[in-house]
Design a protein around this ligand. Structure first.
Ligand code: AMP
Ligand code: MG
Length: 411
């Protein structure tokens, strides 16, 4: 048996970034920037006012006090979008609105509400105005001829705004992996089928497609592979023609006589490892390269296949796309009720639900019954994998537990 971390390390060692593409800015949310983006204009592109009020020269207000207010004539109005060219003379003020250009000679703003009085013709000021007050400077956010955002940055809504402000209508981003998904098994039928004796519906295809999509990668649904060496070979060859970035199969990797995925992967692939990972669920795992494409043979049991995806496929997809969030974040919580953990020589990953505590304390963890690797009922509402080391037999209420969070906050 191999330790989970060690297996993951070996898998990730084979994974390389898959390159980049151009996308429209409106399609770039959540993507990873390949290059920082050059800027033509500084942002803000000109000195402008942060407040509605009056622009003036601060020196003209230096003697102002409640006993000796200063009165200045209002000689013009500047609205946002205008390009004022007439300079502000000494001992004068101009009315100005937020975002409007500071006229030549103006150096400070007094907001309307800070004036003692004002009307269309004069303002009365009772305290000195600080030099540069309420002026937003040219280039304060983005320098001219510079660049914004480092390569590898994740594009957030605010980053989209920043990129829009520098006129980046298209951006170069890392490609999202295209993931081909095959289920395998003679018992599988399409989910629309009425079940005949011995049959089950192909649910793994749907859970994995959803997982890949939620992650922000592109699933390619492939036909069910029947438990036949030749059909598996030809099915995988057809999939390779689609040039996927990864191939994921479920089922057919254990010790059964019909578990042929394992054998075909070894025959067609390079560096194919048939593993027994020290984790429950998810002990069997086959990984390697088939036709140069990273291949993941996941277990067929529905909960095991999703857990193995989280532990091994997700970090691989992250590396392909240059993302830093491939490994599930580990957190701490407190168990709500006792949980018996059947003895095992493997690390148990229990599907649980972490809820923020009302008092701001550690998260409260609930672990539903139905932890079998074939059971999805308890998994459906789970948002974490609670880690129970191999020796654990009972998790007591109030015990501190570590868990891996399954919520993709950024996706
Ligand atoms: P296997 O690894 O092929 O022995 O499959 C293990 C268990 O998972 C068996 O009970 C299968 O019926 C079940 N299983 C395999 N593939 C799927 C699938 N695509 N959807 C739902 N259950 C599956
Ligand atoms: Mg099978």
């Amino acid at each position: 048996m191999i330790d989970l971390e060690e297996a993951r390390k070996q898998i990730l060692a084979r994974i390389a970034p898959i390159g980049s593409e151009h996308v429209r800015l409106e399609d770039a949310l959540g993507r990873i920037l390949s290059q920082s983006v050059p800027t033509r204009d500084p942002i803000p592109p000109f000195d402008n006012t942060a407040m509605d009020g009056f622009v003036l020269k601060y020196r003209d207000t230096s003697s102002a006090s409640p006993d000796h207010p200063v009165t200045l004539p209002v000689v013009a109005t500047i609205e946002a979008g205008m390009a004022p060219t007439i300079p502000l003379e000494d001992h004068c003020a101009m009315k100005i609105f937020t975002g409007a250009v500071i006229p030549p000679g103006g150096d400070s703003i007094i907001p309307f509400e800070r004036c003692l009085r004002y009307d269309e013709r004069t303002i009365v000021i009772q305290q000195p105005v600080a030099q540069g007050a309420h002026i937003r400077r040219l280039g304060e956010d983005v320098e001219a001829q510079g660049s914004v955002l480092a390569p590898g940055s994740r594009i957030t809504p605010a980053a989209i705004g920043l990129l829009a402000s520098v006129g980046a209508a298209q951006v170069q981003v890392n490609r999202r992996p295209r993931v081909a998904i095959h289920s395998s098994g003679n018992e599988l039928v399409s989910i629309a089928s009425e079940l005949q004796p011995g049959q089950i519906r192909n649910s793994n295809l749907y859970s994995l497609q959803a997982r890949v999509k939620r992650w922000g990668a592109i699933p390619i649904a492939r036909p069910i592979l029947r438990d036949d060496l030749d059909l598996i070979r030809s099915g995988l060859r057809e999939t390779l023609e689609l040039k996927p970035d990864a191939i994921v199969t479920t089922g057919g990797i254990s010790a059964g006589d019909l578990d042929h995925i394992r054998d075909v992967a070894r025959e067609m692939g390079d560096d194919v490892q048939i593993r027994k990972v020290s984790m429950k669920p998810g002990k069997p795992l086959v990984d390697g390269l088939i036709g140069g494409v990273p291949f993941f043979g996941l277990p067929g049991n529905p909960a095991a296949c999703l857990v193995s995806f989280e532990i091994f496929v997700r970090p691989a997809l992250a590396r392909m796309e240059g993302r830093s969030d491939g490994i599930l974040p580990q957190r701490c919580g407190v168990l709500k009720a006792a949980k018996e953990v059947p003895p095992s020589d493997r690390l148990r990953l229990l599907r649980g639900r972490a809820t923020p505590a009302a008092d701001g304390g550690p998260d409260v963890i609930e672990i539903p019954s139905g932890q079998g690797s074939h059971l999805l009922g308890g998994f459906a509402a789970a948002n974490c994998l609670v880690i129970a080391p191999a020796s654990t037999e009972v998790l007591r209420p109030g015990a501190q537990v570590h868990y891996w969070s399954l919520t993709d906050e950024e996706a």
